[in-house]
Ligand binder design. Structure first.
Ligand code: FEO
Length: 399
């Protein structure tokens, strides 16, 4: 049983998932993931904040029972409806007769759609800023749409300076015994926060910024996200990192993503990487798109200021894994990168660079340098690759 009193009257009741290999069916989970849920116990009422993925419902209900300490659970607050948090709603409703579900108007529509709980008497519909008193401790609701779905809201307990933030400030990585950051070494969770943010929430940066503006002035001692540690000692770092990522700000470094069928385009990537290193760039991440994890490529592309994309020509288009990567960049509206491109062709000169230029125009990320290689690398192409790297190095503003 995984129960922990976080602060007076607020308990952890979530679960770990070390079985699922792909989050959302897409994103690798080498360290697992936690689905966090919390109990808030007032003198009069008990509230459960969010549920967990249905696969872990048995352990979850035992945790809820334990954290509620044999009291009846009166309310279920649904901050977010993605099924990794809403999946156990029907089981909670069955387990606690008379429970009321607290959500906004969009939440209710989604619960009816996903779980067919159609009785209107089941719901308490809240608006932005509404408060519900539990007896000496109260819940205040803030609508934060698109962090990460349109119904998303956050719940604040002023008496404990605690924010239940939904997916915001979350990360991949199961919890290993500890729950609050002060009782563990959290360094390993930070790379997982880059990956989680860029993979899952990345498209919605402007909405994350709005939420930060809305909630930034609230005093906070604990941030209870739906994934990863409860933040207490490292709140400032986590908030700063989220502000940084949501504003599409970068760190010093360059990501190179290439696609190569027989190794010729790969040689150009290696030449560019060596020259960047010679120019003093210290964070260089080279990914062969055919075998690299899309999740890691997206995370690095978010993180570092330079982005260089190289592709063999494939049926007059970009090589498919590179095209898939560029689609992911465009979907997430990645912007502000020092962007360069290289392409190779056997007979279709110009096709692949034209395709990359299309992304550059749509994403409003001008190409600072490009090169096209015919068939295989020679000294002239090596020189062009070094010049491309030099132009990128010269254009970097973060050293
Ligand atoms: Fe962890 Fe958007 O769900």
């Amino acid at each position: 049983m995984n129960i922990k009193e976080i602060t007076q009257g607020i308990y952890y009741a979530g679960v770990n998932d070390r079985v699922t290999q792909l989050f959302e069916g897409l994103w690798p989970l080498p360290f697992g993931v936690s689905y966090n849920s919390y109990i808030v116990r007032g003198a009069d009422k008990v509230a459960l904040i969010d549920t967990v993925r249905i696969d872990e419902v048995r352990e979850f209900l035992a945790n809820v029972d334990g954290a509620a300490s044999d009291r009846k659970v009166d309310y279920l607050v649904v901050n977010h409806m993605e099924p990794d948090h809403s999946g156990s709603i029907p089981e909670v409703v069955r387990a606690f007769p008379g429970i009321k579900i607290i959500g906004n108007a969009q939440t209710v529509g989604m619960i009816k759609g996903f779980y067919h709980l159609d009785d209107d008497d089941l719901y308490i519909v809240v608006k932005d800023g509404d408060t519900i008193d539990l007896g000496g401790i109260s819940l205040q609701f803030f609508l934060t749409p698109m962090v990460h779905w349109p119904e998303t809201m956050m719940t604040y307990v002023a008496e404990r300076k605690t924010l239940f933030s939904g997916d915001a400030f979350g990360c991949f990585g199961a919890l290993n015994g500890g729950v609050v950051d002060s009782e563990m070494d959290t360094d390993r969770y930070f790379p997982e926060m880059y990956r989680y943010y860029s993979n899952i929430v990345g498209k919605y940066g402007r909405f994350v910024q709005k939420a930060l503006e809305k909630l930034g002035a609230l005093p906070m001692e604990y941030i209870c996200s739906t994934h990863g540690p409860v933040w207490h000692e490292r709140i400032n770092e986590v908030v700063d990192l989220t502000a940084h990522l949501s504003a599409y700000k970068s760190e010093p470094g360059v990501t190179i993503v290439y696609g190569s069928m027989y190794g010729n385009t790969a040689e150009v990537a290696e030449e560019i990487a060596r020259e960047l290193c010679a120019r003093g760039v210290r964070n260089i991440r080279v990914h062969n798109a055919s075998v690299a994890s899309m999740s890691e490529m997206i995370s690095d592309a978010y993180r570092y200021e330079g982005l260089i994309v190289g592709s063999a020509t494939y049926s007059m288009r970009m090589f498919p894994p590179v095209e898939q990567f560029m689609n992911a960049m465009e979907t997430r509206e990645v912007k502000g990168k020092v962007f360069a491109a290289f392409g190779s062709f056997t007979w279709a000169q110009g096709a692949v660079l034209k395709a990359i230029e299309g992304y550059s125009e749509r994403m409003k990320m001008p190409i600072v340098a490009s090169l096209a290689m015919k068939q295989s690398i020679d000294e002239q192409t090596r020189q062009a690759a070094r010049e491309l790297a030099d132009k990128v190095a010269d254009s970097l503003t973060l050293k």
